[in-house]
Design a protein around this ligand. Structure first.
Ligand SMILES: [Zn+2]
Ligand SMILES: [Zn+2]
Length: 405
């Protein structure tokens, strides 16, 4: 390859790595108290934006599990409890993480059978938590007043948010008598995902989802032609299959499984959808960049490091040498990484994280649940360090102390 070609390709490679739309299925159940599936919640990260779509029971805990940091922008598809009841936990629980950013929530307004829209939800939650807010804001902790403001944005169909190259478009879906109810499409750098919210088969969803690479759709376990009133405002697998066929995304994803424990795959295939199909589990991560790639993890497993040796399995760890990190719960299909922080566990301050993984360059091998091998980059000089192992879904181990010589 000539120098000129190399110069041409290098920025293209950088672009493909950075201009990625990352979708994390935080909660994948409809109404449910199941421990293995949280209720509705999907995180979209792109261009430095971190946007949460719905916040059911368990979603704030899943956010914390992957170290996503504070979220201050939330988009509600509709106001059923399985999409909203994690809100006060996120709102109060991340108060200090938001700096002075308000808790901004986009969602539907009122309707004929919808006495409270997102503005009423915000004002009534604010009233319900007035004691907590007053004491922590004004009397004891003196936490930031701006960060506890519940800022409601009533959405209507069309573009509802644009920042850093990320565009969020709301579209009406068919979940009446819950109305208005919305799905959302997110576009960034030529990449796109649509999230159905709760809906029976919706022509409007098909229209707004044209050309999306990933479609996340709800599914409800009832027989075709069921007369159940609940089934009537959801989509059974055969109906979702029809929507997937019409939209033809690169990847069709089921989330919001209702009830939580059922697999709609066989019925979707029998109904004729033959494109790529994924039944999401909690923490399933989809990266939409040059291609669409998926990582799935057992959300109940936290990685752990038990020992760190050199490549000869000895104790001496040399700068520039290769480390072998031993433990459990690593993603056996790859996609893990290691984070090094200067200082060691007993230091009063630790340096910023240096991440070593498949995309950081240099030797890295992680195709086992119990072992990772990594060449130490030059930035990790002799001294005390901690190392943390993260699996392919971003769940981190406790920090482990090492001495580099
Ligand atoms: Zn729901
Ligand atoms: Zn619903």
């Amino acid at each position: 390859m000539s120098t000129r070609l190399a110069l041409f390709f290098f920025p293209a490679l950088l672009l493909s790595q950075t201009q990625t739309l990352k979708v994390t299925l935080l909660g994948t159940a409809g109404p449910s108290l199941a421990f293995d599936r949280a209720e509705a919640g999907t995180l979209v990260q792109a261009g430095g934006e971190t946007l949460l779509f719905d916040c059911g029971r368990g979603v704030p805990e899943r956010l914390n599990q992957i170290g996503a940091g504070a979220v201050s922008k939330i988009f509600l598809t509709h106001l059923h409890s399985d999409h909203t009841q994690g809100l006060p936990i996120l709102w109060m629980g991340q108060w200090n993480g938001r700096g002075s950013n308000p808790f901004s929530v986009w969602g539907p307004g009122t309707g004929p059978d919808q006495p409270a829209g997102v503005a009423e939800l915000g004002s009534m939650l604010s009233a319900a938590y007035a004691t907590n807010t007053h004491i922590r804001r004004d009397l004891v902790e003196k936490w930031n007043a701006a960060a506890i403001v519940f800022e409601a944005h009533v959405v209507s169909e069309g573009v509802v948010y644009q920042s850093n190259g990320v565009t969020v478009t709301a579209f009406l879906v068919a979940h009446d008598p819950v109305a208005p109810a919305f799905g959302y499409r997110i576009d960034y750098a030529g990449h796109s995902v649509a999230i159905s919210g709760d809906t029976r088969p919706s022509d409007n969803l098909v229209k707004f989802s044209q050309g999306v690479e990933v479609l996340v759709h709800e599914v409800f376990n009832a027989a075709v032609g069921s007369t159940s009133a609940t089934a009537a405002y959801h989509s059974v697998p055969e109906q979702a299959a029809g929507i997937f066929t019409r939209v033809a995304p690169k990847l069709a994803v089921y989330s919001h499984l209702a009830p939580a424990a059922f697999d709609p795959t066989a019925r979707t295939r029998a109904a004729g959808y033959n494109g790529a199909l994924l039944v999401a589990s909690d923490l399933t991560t989809i990266s939409i960049g040059g291609k669409v790639s998926v990582a799935s993890c057992d959300a109940s497993v936290t990685p752990a490091i038990s020992a760190v040796t050199n490549a000869s399995y000895g104790q001496t760890l040399a700068a520039g040498g290769t480390l072998v990190v031993w433990g459990s719960g690593f993603s056996a299909g790859g996609g893990n990484d290691l984070q090094f922080r200067k200082g060691g566990l007993t230091a009063t301050t630790q340096g910023p994280a240096i991440t070593v993984g498949e995309t950081s360059g240099g030797y890295f091998w992680d195709l086992s649940a119990t072992q990772m091998n990594a060449a130490l980059p030059a930035s990790i000089a002799a001294g005390q360090w901690t190392v943390t192992a993260r699996n392919a879904c971003g769940v981190a181990s406790s920090a482990f102390d090492i001495a580099v010589q």
